[in-house]
Ligand binder design. Structure first.
Ligand code: CTP
Length: 402
């Protein structure tokens, strides 16, 4: 969920700063990129060294570092998809509420356009003070999210409201924020990927060079966009990065067909990227075939065309996307597949592009064609980049339909 999300953490001078490294650990474990801005006084409570090791990034505390290099707060602000200030002191709260900008954290906050979450931590009377309450209301009305302080034992020895929310609670708020803001939250997606292996005998099979990388990258990005994703994956040594992607391992075209049919009914979007074998052995020998004559005939029979079968039962609400891997007449053949297989979108993939062979490699050159025959061409891109373009294209296509 947080894979590749850029999260900036501001730490101000409260005793609760000792808990913020736990939050950073949770975020990094979930795949987020984390950077920290630590105010000078906050470094009395937690060291830049600890934060730097946990976040795997340099920590900044001032506009200039020890070598007089400028820490560009605007760059920091633009980098972030989300900023969290935890703990937030009464002093920094008051400054944010009034647009004061006398340190690098405040300058970063003022320069940012992303959502800001604030986790206050104060002593009992400070948290209850009318000015604090007023400031909290004011910053909230300006669009910041307040993660309220909790009840409990406070550093002063008093008991009451003012403890910073626990790192796990702040973490949950962050995950919820990203989930609820994703364009595909609530949508179900089915992807098939990889090659299929069609058995000839117990040791041999008919296969192809597909790695499954393209489909896996598509599944990952769908998941990053909030969808619930199932991948029906042929034999591949790769797996999705996103833990929430459910993988169903299959071997043959028949197994892939059965699993796709089962999950297609409830899927809003289906992308068939698998290099399904077009033919399988008519008879599978249950013993290893011994070598005999100089030549040998193997009778093959057609496998089911999964995409074609899905196209036949597709409802108006569903979006069906296929691939067309061609060595010649790319666009012409791809458009034919679009209509013959009743697709919404086809991704034309040149198996022998000017850049070389795409199968098994990390990059490819795609052209996306929609039902109105509009062509969107891309340069040679990594499969991860291509996947983003494909998923974003599908999102725009769905938005234009409603
Ligand atoms: N496909 C499928 N089942 C098959 C063969 C292909 O679902 N038995 C799907 C692929 O996953 C892809 C699309 O059909 O999304 C086009 O596959 P491709 O190999 O380009 O073309 P074919 O339909 O197999 O036709 P041809 O080999 O003649 O180009």
């Amino acid at each position: 969920m947080l894979h590749n999300k850029n999260i900036l953490i501001g730490i101000t001078a409260g005793i609760a700063a000792y808990k913020t490294p736990l939050l950073i650990r949770l975020l990094v474990k979930e795949g987020a990129n984390v950077k920290v801005v630590l105010t000078k006084d906050a470094s009395q409570f937690v060291t830049a060294q600890t934060l730097s090791v946990l976040s795997k990034n340099e920590v900044i505390s001032d506009f200039f570092d020890s070598n007089n290099n400028w820490n560009n707060h605007v760059k920091y602000a633009q980098w972030a998809d989300l900023i969290i200030v935890a703990p937030l002191t009464a002093n920094t709260l008051a400054k944010i509420a009034n647009g004061i900008c006398d340190n690098v954290l405040l300058a970063t906050l003022l320069s940012s356009t992303c959502k800001i979450m604030l986790a206050p931590a104060m002593d009992l009377e400070m948290y209850q003070h009318p000015v604090t309450k007023q400031n909290l209301t004011k910053v909230e009305s300006l669009g910041n999210v307040i993660i309220p302080a909790e009840n409990g034992e406070l550093a002063s020895g008093l008991t009451g409201e003012g403890r910073m929310a626990e790192p796990e609670t702040i973490f949950k708020n962050i995950v919820n924020y990203f989930e609820s803001n994703l364009p595909l939250s609530g949508k179900k997606v089915l992807v098939n990927a990889g090659p299929t292996y069609e058995a000839i005998d117990p040791v041999r099979f008919i296969g192809n060079r597909s790695s499954g990388k393209m489909g896996i990258a598509i599944a990952d990005y769908f998941s990053e966009m909030g969808a619930e994703v199932i991948v029906v994956l042929g034999p591949s040594s790769y797996k999705p990065n996103q833990k929430s992607v459910k993988v169903i391992h299959v071997e043959s075209a028949e197994e892939m067909y059965t699993n796709c049919m089962t999950h297609f009914k409830e899927s809003d979007i289906t992308v068939c990227s698998a290099a399904v074998a077009d033919y399988k052995a008519k008879e599978i020998s249950n013993r290893k075939i011994k070598k005999q004559d100089d030549s040998m005939n193997l009778e093959l029979q057609k496998t089911k065309d999964i995409l074609f079968e899905l196209g036949k039962i597709k409802t108006k609400k569903q979006c069906l996307v296929g691939f067309a891997l061609e060595t010649e007449n790319l666009e012409e053949y791809a458009k034919l597949k679009l209509t013959q297989k009743n697709l919404d979108i086809v991704i034309a993939n040149n198996a022998r592009s000017a850049y070389g062979v795409v199968f098994g490699s990390d990059s490819n050159q795609i052209t996306i064609i929609d039902k109105s025959n509009k062509l969107t061409k891309f340069e040679l891109l990594s499969k991860v980049e291509s996947a983003k373009h494909i998923v974003n294209f599908i999102i725009n296509y769905l938005n234009s339909k409603v």
